[in-house]
Ligand binder design. Structure first.
Ligand SMILES: C[S@@+](CC[C@H](N)C(=O)[O-])C[C@H]1O[C@@H](n2cnc3c(N)ncnc32)[C@H](O)[C@@H]1O
Length: 482
């Protein structure tokens, strides 16, 4: 019989892919045919998954939707949206239910998503071994076994924590014989292989282990993107991927400077050598740096050798260090004030202060600065919550050029921002602008999200409505002209 690896390679070959060893990266996924933007390179159900919010019930354990949730009356931990979803999960949940129902209320509070993911993984392994649940070439424990753990690099404190977590899992599952060392190592695998399951608007819902998708390595300029529909993971091409090219996705938020990205990648134990990380410097100065004092110049500043002034790299004008320091400290004081208003729920007051911060930052930072971008994103969120559509639209529009500068052309964040912009323009009856924004959103999100999900159907519906309204307005305008 073919080994699990041969079976996996056979399955992947049918999809135009192969697993190969890549110098300095371990395994990686390589294309054996050409993929075009929007093509599904790989899709997979999780080996194990869990919603992030457990006891409060934020999404269905099976399909991850959020409406109509009902708690399992036996264990009072698991939530389902329908009896169909409950049935689909039953073989696995039957054992989990017994284990959870036996827990004290205090123990139930210790069920973090990571613990729950491990409980489900151990149960699925048992049930697949006993052939109660079928296995396949892309859904079997050997694939989990083959994942990178980096256990020898994990620090002492973390190892102690993994050992305690393994003990807790064995208390929850007293009816399964568990190898505690192996469980601790699997927690370490979760840290560098598990994926955050997000809704179509990229809001986190849960955590899942997708052992074939976990073979894909990271790049800060990825050629593919991972998007979820429910808990099914889809990897789609963002650009043409040629035969023999490695498929890459991004593990982290990439609209940040090299130092921050490297820091965010620490949990994966490697230093990224993608073209962006190698080149870094000028882009970082643009994303993090100060603007030229000459309002007509779009250059960015770099510090002089004595660090007493900053010089514009375009026109040569310099800016005094003291002036920059004073502006930064004023912004810092205002930020403290704004975030305390925000945490006390006073959004209107917080919004007014963030508006002042945004103006100050516009004088200090380059227009593509991520600091300024984050302030605009905060203002967008605040004014959406306050239902002040006009102000929200102003800040939404300000973020788009920066997104277009920091993300590749087909990036979900750009598509989603155009979608928000289009919805706001529609509400404010800027119908022609709405049509343009919704068209841009659909063009990008078709590539990243495909065309079949409910989310995309809603977007196409809105686009059709905007198209009909614009042509109605045009025809009535022509009618008046005649
Ligand atoms: C999700 S796994 C990817 C598959 C992994 N290469 C393997 O052999 O199973 C994540 C791990 O792969 C490696 N990795 C991912 N992207 C990398 C990159 N760009 N450069 C070097 N190593 C990378 C790191 O060891 C990281 O912890």
């Amino acid at each position: 019989m073919a080994s699990w690896l041969e079976q996996l390679q056979r399955e992947l070959a049918a999809r135009g892919l192969t697993v190969a060893s890549i110098p300095g990266k371990g395994r990686g996924l390589i294309a054996t045919c050409t993929f075009f933007p929007g093509d599904v390179i790989l899709n997979q159900e999780p080996y194990a998954s869990t919603p992030n919010k457990i006891l409060v019930g934020s999404s269905c354990d099976h399909c991850f939707t959020s409406g109509n949730l009902r708690k399992c009356s036996m264990c009072r931990v698991t939530w389902y949206c329908s009896s169909n979803c409950q049935k689909e999960e039953w073989k696995l949940h039957q054992l989990e239910c017994r284990a959870m129902a036996a827990l004290t209320e205090d123990r139930k509070k210790m069920l973090t998503p990571t613990i729950r993911l491990m409980v489900r993984l151990a149960l699925k392994r048992k049930l697949q071994n006993e052939k109660v649940i079928p296995s396949s070439s892309i859904d079997n424990y050997n694939l989990v076994d083959g994942l990178e753990s980096h256990i020898s690099k994990v620090d002492e404190n973390q190892l102690v924590l993994y050992a305690q977590m393994a003990n807790l899992v064995s208390l929850i599952l007293p009816f399964i014989e568990l190898d505690l060392k192996e469980i601790a190592q699997t927690f370490s695998k979760f840290a560098c292989n598990a994926h955050t399951i997000c809704d179509p608007e990229l809001r986190p819902l849960g955590t899942g282990l997708y052992p074939v998708i976990s073979i894909i390595n990271h790049s800060c300029v990825p050629n593919a993107v991972l998007i979820f529909d429910g808990r099914t993971a889809y990897v789609r091409a963002l650009q043409p991927i040629n035969k023999d090219e490695e498929v890459s996705i991004s593990y982290i938020e990439t609209a940040t400077v090299t130092k921050k990205r490297n820091n965010d990648l620490k949990q994966y134990f490697f230093t990224c050598t993608c073209p962006r990380c190698v080149k870094g410097f000028d882009e970082d100065a643009l994303l993090e740096g100060f603007r030229c004092k000459n309002q007509a110049c779009d250059g960015f500043l770099l510090p002089n050798s004595g660090k007493k002034a900053y010089t514009c790299q375009k026109c040569g004008a310099s800016r005094d260090v003291e002036e920059i320091k004073n502006m930064r400290s004023e912004i810092l004081q205002l930020s403290d004030k704004a975030s305390s208003f925000l945490s006390s729920g006073n959004k209107a007051e917080a919004g007014s202060i963030y508006k002042i911060i945004e103006q100050l930052e516009r004088n200090l930072y380059h227009a593509f600065s991520t600091t300024l971008l984050h302030t605009c994103e905060t203002l967008l969120k605040i004014y959406l919550e306050l239902q002040d559509w006009w102000t929200a639209l102003t800040y939404c529009r300000l973020t788009i050029p920066v997104y277009e500068r920091v993300y590749p052309p087909f990036h979900p964040m750009i598509g989603l921002q155009f979608y928000t912009c289009g919805k706001l323009e529609w509400l404010l009856e800027f119908t022609e602008d709405a049509l343009k924004s919704l068209t841009r959103a659909a063009d990008i999100l078709k590539v990243t999200h495909g065309v079949k999900s409910q989310f995309m159907k809603e977007l196409f519906g809105k686009l059709e409505e905007a198209r009909a309204e614009v042509s109605f307005r045009l025809s009535s305008r022509h009618g008046h002209d005649e």
